[in-house]
Design a protein around this ligand. Structure first.
Ligand code: SF4
Length: 107
């Protein structure tokens, strides 16, 4: 049950790290420190085209910083991978919905 360990990666920049490990700290509170995906196989979060995202989403489901992670991905325009429990396509849809809602509010 050991597998590869990616926990504690200091400044991982490639795709060999989980979303939380890739996220840059933007302020003092490091939501990444509480991420469920620390130490989990990064490939789960960056699956090949057409591969299952179920396992990654399972990990995200129990993550206490899911919203922070999702907002980070949305505001940084993360195009690849599962962030905050949502796939690229789901994040795109959410962004569109928010843009529409914002337009309605200001209209
Ligand atoms: S929501 Fe998912 S991807 Fe984001 S930090 Fe939590 S476990 Fe990692």
């Amino acid at each position: 049950m050991s597998g590869s360990t990616h926990a504690g990666a200091s400044h991982a920049g490639g795709s060999q790290s989980t979303p939380a490990e890739q996220a840059e700290s933007v302020d003092a509170k490091n939501w990444q420190d509480e991420a469920n995906c620390l130490g989990v196989d990064p490939d789960l979060f960056f699956p090949e085209r057409g591969a299952s995202t179920r396992e990654a989403k399972e990990v995200c489901r129990g993550c206490v910083v899911r919203l922070e992670c999702l907002e980070y991905a949305l505001s940084n325009g993360e195009k690849f991978g599962i962030w905050g429990g949502l796939s690229e396509r789901e994040r795109r849809r959410l962004r569109r919905q928010r843009a529409l809602a914002a337009r309605k509010v200001t209209a």
